[in-house]
Write a protein that binds this ligand. Sequence first.
Ligand code: URA
Length: 199
Amino acid sequence: MTAITWELFNHQVAECRRCGLCGGIHHKVPGQGDPHAPLMLIGEGPGQVEDEQGLAFVGPAGQLLTRMLAAISLPRDRVYICNVVKCRPPNNRVPTAEEAAACMMHLRMQVSLVRPKVIVLLGSTAAKNTLGDTLRITRDRGQWFERNGVWMMPTYHPSALLRDPSKKREAWEDMQTLRDKLMELQLYPDLYGVSNDHA
Ligand code: URA
């Protein structure tokens, strides 16, 4: 059996022709961040800026995501960020079920390599492709789902918050829920450590 390594993952994504999306892109966007982060965030697919730079969540939605993480004192370089599909769908359309399924082997390999304890699913595409088609983002956001010892929480995609700022209040609640889980599991003790104050 071939060992799963980052080298193999990078090669696999670079060579991938499993669906038609790679025909119209500038760069593949595998994902980036701390390769052993306790927290992974999964979005839908690269947008225009991501396609130009080959990096996930670096456009307007990514900048909002960075601010949301900062609001719970989490620097972006302490998490791992990627998408369901690694190639930009034309005009930012939602990836088809076939495209998402074709790309799932890459996401599975990333999860095996990072081994996160907590995964945040950003938007409906990430939530449905991970937790199943019956997932409804408006109904199920902010809830925890445990799968094989990994805690998963769907929340709104930052692009949805940019389109409809009235959703920001619920998204903020979800970020608090996330911070509580990270604290409970003691995943970032240097950021959320128990107080040493015995006075
Ligand atoms: N939207 C996504 O889902 N992912 C990105 O990387 C950028 C925008």
